[in-house]
Design a protein around this ligand. Structure first.
Ligand code: 5U1
Length: 693
């Protein structure tokens, strides 16, 4: 291939990869491959400057730092949206539309309202020529150089029939995961951290030097048009227009859809609201737009806001409060989690009194101290977190010095006094007390009894607490020696301690029923399965799925306990770190004692190992990827294991063979990159047949 055709080929491959990633949400190649293509293209362009092109993917940071942003007049003004906070306001909005259009069941195009920065992108004959902020709606700032660095924004539109002129409006935003990753990087490299994803997006576009913007992980979704010359006549609705933008290579939020009437839009609002915390970006509302263009025209505008669209806002999920103390919780594996005790505050309808500070790095990043005013955010599904400190409100003495020093995690466990250690490269600090530490013991018991482990119903946190605190159990095996009277006595002491249930005859009866049920639940757990026991033991990094794999691979406990690290690494999907943890766990005398005691109480069926240590694939690691037509992947895995293979889920240098079925993606690409042998399904089927499987 000549250099110019290779350059054209690489540019196309990179653009296609961007399109697959940002528009279709279906990545075609792994990051490492993408980087390799970029490096090859950079090298070729450097060697052949005669083939330079300002729209090459290597030229995203092409524009020199500016001293200020130029003004841009929007040829069609950038609109704003009216807001609704209550359902009734949405009802009024829909009522108005129904009345004025005469359509009793109007269709809306509905989508999330992203919490970023509105911008306009101008394409002329398919080329991105200018990008601007909204400004006052009529005039914005020219931030073309910064927008060019955002890979989700195509420098050229796709397709053969691109419009003559297209002003695309949409939102630049910073995905939540990218925001966290950026802040980790910034902290490690002495750069300023970003306060939140919205400020991250807005601040990044205000940078005068596009090289700074290029380091910020920004993305973009299109949601409206300004000037458009050459839009297909067949497009009669907003939703059709969004679908057309995607064909041009412009990303559109995958949550966008249509909904009918007020019930439809409110159902969308509630569904999106329920998923708000797990969406990959911050949103602050849902947007409803009348879908049909003829109906939009009939509704018209008031000042800068269309009467055919509205933003329905969600209640704030952030509130300000005060940190009254910072405590540390010790988890099952000894992990120390700093927790801010807060002056109670309502956040989106829930009273929050504690917020996690995650780990020492996060405390350092936030520099949160006792007495600070902070913003708490309800993150994830349940656990609220401290989002940031309000610096101006930090309590200070007469000299202006902060009243409280920076917070540091304790160097000894606050529960058992053992040393606290932080392994190299780990963010988590841990108590080294192991099961000597009552906090770890309690969490270990809670885990042991949990539904997916030994499934002992009724042994709630409060009673586990009391069992450990009053010395009834030291290890999980002690649970099986408990008698009804022990439980009754323990409960009486717990009630006394907590000042709860009065001593009445009825309470006594209820308590004895409770204790009987508990004993029955403990008894029921005596007949179990090896995989449950392995999971219940709480070995670090041995979750349910690894426990299952171990049980299947070894069939019985003794050979597992006897396996060294090298033998454990032969188990499918077990790498060196987990192998070391397992070997270490079974080598500890106190763990072996607990297991011996458990074996006297608990039974499980054992079998011969379900694998073959010889066979034609012995010593080979095989990865299955893509879809198989003649059997399921699980079936294929079982057959390969029967022939001695170790079946793994990820491709690495240690992989011997990758079996690539239909639509195999990044694993196949990685195998090719590493030069790993690749088989197609026909070859697999022939091999199995040859070995009578
Ligand atoms: N998702 C979305 N956000 N947003 C903001 N759509 C949308 N539409 C807007 C604005 C200002 O304006 C159109 C109604 C043109």
């Amino acid at each position: 291939m000549t250099p110019d055709s290779r350059i054209a080929d690489l540019r196309q491959q990179i653009e296609d990869a961007n399109y697959r990633y940002y528009v279709l949400d279906d990545p075609s190649i792994p990051d490492i491959e993408y980087d390799r293509l970029m490096r090859e293209l950079e090298a070729l362009e450097a060697a052949h400057p005669e083939f330079a092109d300002a729209d090459s993917p290597t030229q995203r940071v092409g524009i020199r730092p500016a001293s200020k942003f130029e003004e841009v007049t929007h040829t069609v003004p950038m609109l704003s949206l009216a807001n609704a906070f209550a359902d009734e306001e949405v009802q009024d909005f829909v009522d108005r539309i129904e009345k004025e259009t005469g359509d009793g069941d109007p269709v809306f195009s509905v989508e999330p309202k992203l919490d970023g920065l509105a911008i306009s992108l101008r394409y002329e004959r398919g080329a991105f020529v200018r990008g601007a902020t909204r400004g006052d709606g009529s005039t914005g700032e020219d931030v073309t150089g910064n927008l060019r660095t955002i890979k989700a924004i195509p420098l050229k539109l796709r397709g053969d029939t691109v419009p003559e002129v297209l002003d695309v409006r949409g939102e630049v935003f910073m995905p939540k995961a990218a925001f966290d990753k950026y802040n980790d990087w910034a902290l490690a490299n002495g750069e300023k951290t970003l306060a939140n994803p919205r400020n991250g997006a807005a601040g990044s576009l205000r940078q005068l030097d596009p090289r700074v913007t290029a380091k910020r992980p920004l993305s973009f979704y299109a949601y409206a048009l300004g000037e458009a010359q050459g839009m297909p006549e067949s497009i009669k609705t907003h939703s059709q227009m969004l679908a057309w933008l995607k064909t041009l290579g412009l990303p559109v939020c995958p949550e966008a859809r249509t909904a009918r009437g007020v019930e439809g839009v409110l159902a969308f609002y509630r569904d999106l609201g329920a998923r708000r915390n797990v969406l990959p970006y911050d949103i602050d509302g849902s947007v409803y737009k009348l879908d049909r263009y003829d109906q939009q025209r009939a509704m018209g505008f008031v000042s800068r806001a269309p009467r055919w669209a509205i933003a329905h806002k969600y209640p704030a999920q952030e509130e300000a409060t005060v940190v009254e103390a910072i405590d540390v919780q010790v988890g099952r594996t000894g992990a120390l989690t700093p927790v801010a005790r807060l002056k109670p505050v309502q956040v989106a309808g829930v009273v929050v009194t504690n917020a996690t500070l995650h780990n020492a790095d996060q405390v350092a990043r936030l520099d949160v101290r006792v007495g600070d005013h902070v913003i708490v955010r309800r993150a994830g599904d349940v656990i609220p977190e401290v989002a940031r400190v309000i610096d101006e409100r930090r309590p200070r003495d007469a000299q202006g010095e902060p009243l409280h020093p920076p917070y540091a995690l304790p160097t000894t466990c606050p529960v058992c006094g053992s040393a606290v250690e932080r392994e190299e490269g780990e963010v988590v600090a841990r108590c080294t007390g192991g099961l000597f530490c009552p906090a770890q013991r309690k969490q270990a018991l809670i885990h042991f009894a949990s539904r997916r482990a030994m499934d002992i119903e009724g042994l709630g946190e409060r009673f586990v607490d009391a069992l450990v605190e009053f010395g009834y159990v030291k290890t999980v095996a002690d649970l099986y020696a408990l008698k009804i009277d022990d439980f009754l006595e323990m409960k009486r002491r717990a009630d006394e301690r907590d000042g709860t249930t009065p001593e009445t005859v009825k309470a006594g009866k209820v308590a004895s029923k409770w204790a009987e049920n508990l004993i029955a639940a403990i008894d029921a757990s005596r007949d179990t399965a090896l995989e449950r026991v392995l999971f219940a033991l709480g070995i670090r990094d041995v979750g349910e799925s690894t426990a299952k794999t171990l049980a299947k691979y070894f069939g019985a406990l003794d050979p597992l306990m006897a396996a060294d690290e090298a033998a454990l690494q032969q188990v499918p999907d077990i790498g060196p770190v987990v192998a070391a943890r397992i070997a270490h766990f079974f080598a500890e005398a106190h763990n072996r004692d607990v297991i011996a005691a458990l074996r006297a109480q608990v039974r499980w069926p054992e079998s011969a190992p379900q694998r073959s240590t010889d066979g034609p694939l012995a010593g080979k690691t095989v990865v299955l990827t893509g879809g198989l037509a003649s059997m399921s992947r699980d079936e294929a895995g079982d057959k390969l294991e029967a022939l001695g293979a170790k079946v793994s889920g990820s491709v690495s240098k240690k992989t011997s063979i990758v079996i690539a079925g239909e639509a195999a993606g990044s694993k196949l690409a990685k195998a090719q990159e590493l030069g790993v042998e690749v088989w197609d399904e026909a070859r697999l089927v022939a091999f199995l047949a040859e070995h009578a499987l």
